[in-house]
Design a protein around this ligand. Sequence first.
Ligand code: SF4
Length: 414
Amino acid sequence: MEEKKTRKRLQANTALRQIIVDFYAEGHRAKAEGRPVIWIPPMNGLIELFYAMGITPVFPENWAPLCAAIGTNRKNFEYAAKRGFSGDLCGYFRNNVGYALDGINEENQPLNGLPAPDFLISFGAGCIPTMKAFQVMCDHFKVPVFKADLPQVAMEKIEKRHIAYGVAQIKRLIRFLEDETGLKFDIDKLRQAVIHTNEACRLWDEIMALRSTVPSPFSAAEIGIMFVMVTRHGTEIAVNFLKDVLREVNEKVARGEGVIPHEKIRLFWDNIPLWYNMQLFNYFEKWDAVVVAETYTSAWSLRLNPDEPLESIAYKSLVSYPLVSCVSLNKRIELITRAVRDYKIDGAILHSNRSCRPISMGQMDIGRVLADELSVPSVMFDGDHMDSEKFSMAQFQTRVDALMEMILEKKRAS
Ligand code: SF4
């Protein structure tokens, strides 16, 4: 079969690379200048609070995909194994614990590695591996620790009392930060951070919606742009970057320029991608197929209210995980059903992720709904978003090829 290459990646990737470099450099600069560096779990409303208070946040979980992309994850897995952590645990956990306990001491690390924490904030309604990783780090680093657990509530069931509880925990955190750092909390600065996040989420939705265009202007290979949603919420950096992405994507749509020359098949991807092999998304090109929507990218489809900044970041802390890993099956099915309609999906790839059981649960039911109610064929493959040893390219190719044949046969028959 003739090899057909991706036309081109988004130019925004050049700016993204610089944003990544700057983010890690900023952490090291803060450390060198004696400003506080705080490690926090990802996907919560505290990022707005930290940026509003002039505190530099570091997200060990966000470091993990970078480690997978550059290959240092294997060393971190070894460190975690030597400390007695099972290879069956989530790859983020193994990477982050191995790195925090031992890898951090290595010399000549890419991006100079992570600056050591001055404080640890274990906060949120995260999955067990996320919160356990912080427990290990809290035991390891001899620094002040703030802990607060939020309830894991399905997002459709969040009530005012959950928000009020979250606000109470955030107020407790503010007192902790003021006491420990001497910095002062300013509600107007938080409001501004919330405005930035809200705008970033709005732009994100607009960009993602453009992928419903036929041909799709970009594929899942570009979802590294979510780096700004994890690390730069609450700042103009995310807003300005996303404005540039939106402009570029809009121009591609206006030119009718798809990510591949002759798009025939539009795919949905369920679960986290393989961070060590993002080129995998190019495999579909031989079938003139593109992944145009994913479950993962929906995590930033939320809105915050700048008039209620504390309630907004409490809400964000409560919903962030439900949008990714604690989402109810009904909600996921609803989300995928909508995506199938909006993005004109022909087939779905269900990544049964050894690392992330929370996101993998329910995939058999999703496959059944896709087939029985939406007449959309799907295929499931075994993989792991962090560990290449738990992924078989041969199995992936065999199953994907069978799915593509099925979709093409269906198209021929219709
Ligand atoms: S949500 Fe999944 S991938 Fe993320 S830390 Fe939890 S188990 Fe790992």
